[in-house]
Design a protein around this ligand. Structure first.
Ligand code: 0L1
Ligand code: MG
Length: 260
């Protein structure tokens, strides 16, 4: 692909997001697109959002469960970026009219107290650099029709990022076994899915370590103060108007929101 096509493709995906309109996957037009091309498109998309005045609150990891990686036939998760306008207050409302076909997944977010620069970062180093962990609900909303996309498509689409709700309780990771934390995801009081922290690459800290090592390939590092989403502990569950969504994280807390 050529540089001009990165920008044009990013603008096409942003227009779909702004108009809440699903589109056909971009690899139909660019069948030879590589993962590197896809991250170049994502960089353009992020750059446009920054120029529009939005601020990055941190990166996110996606496709971190073995099941999702096998489904997409990939060996490595993907990353994207969460912006300030995507954050919904705890117990607040997510608007269906601002989405195409949103889904929710329960995740653990890390807040770093120190910068982390790869390569070679381990989960232990991540835990030493982490100030807080916080429960989160991520709302993903692929811009692609019927969620039909390849790895390259979803990377270019900022890993389907749309909204996020953080819990209000910040805990130091020192006293926690995050791999053993059990999580339930309920809609209208009915458990829709459940899991344990270990479903995120064996331990959510491993996800942050992998992210630091992936970012090092483009000369970037994780920075103190960033809030990092580590990937879904539960599967992603479809949302409908009127839903009350809540997740309980054993020993960490709860997080919830309404869909209006
Ligand atoms: O947060 C994520 O795990 C991104 C998943 C992207 C795939 C999807 O939209 O289902
Ligand atoms: Mg996610």
């Amino acid at each position: 692909m050529e540089a001009v096509q990165y920008k044009e493709t990013a603008e096409f995906l942003l227009q779909a997001e702004n108009e809440r309109r699903e589109v056909l996957k971009i690899t139909n037009d660019f069948p030879d697109m590589t993962v590197e091309d896809a991250y170049k498109i994502q960089e353009q998309l992020v750059d446009i959002k920054l120029k529009q005045g939005h601020r990055i609150i941190g990166p996110k990891m996606g496709l971190t469960s073995r099941a999702k990686m096998e489904q997409m036939k990939v060996e490595e998760p993907i990353y994207g970026y969460i912006f300030d306008y995507m954050v919904i207050p705890e117990n607040g409302s997510v608007s269906m009219s601002e989405h195409i076909h949103p889904k929710v997944e329960a995740e653990i977010a890390f807040i770093l107290g120190k910068d982390l620069e790869g390569p070679g970062i381990s989960g232990v180093q991540v835990l030493q650099a982490t100030q807080y962990v916080v429960p989160a609900l991520e709302i993903i909303d692929s811009r692609y029709k019927n969620f039909q996309f390849t790895l390259q498509d979803v990377i270019a689409d900022n890993a389907s990022s749309s909204r996020v709700v953080f819990g209000s309780r910040l805990l130091s990771p020192e006293q926690l076994d995050l791999d053993l934390v059990g999580v339930t995801l309920s809609i209208n009081g009915e458990i829709k899915d459940l899991g344990a922290g270990a479903s995120v690459l064996g331990h959510p800290a491993n996800s942050v370590a992998m992210l630091a090592n992936m970012l090092a390939r483009k000369g970037e590092k994780l920075q103190a103060g960033e809030i990092i989403l580590t990937g879904g502990i539960t599967g992603a569950v479809m949302l409908s108007t009127g839903d009350f969504v809540s997740a309980k994280f054993d020993g960490i807390g709860e997080v919830s929101f309404f869909v209006k």
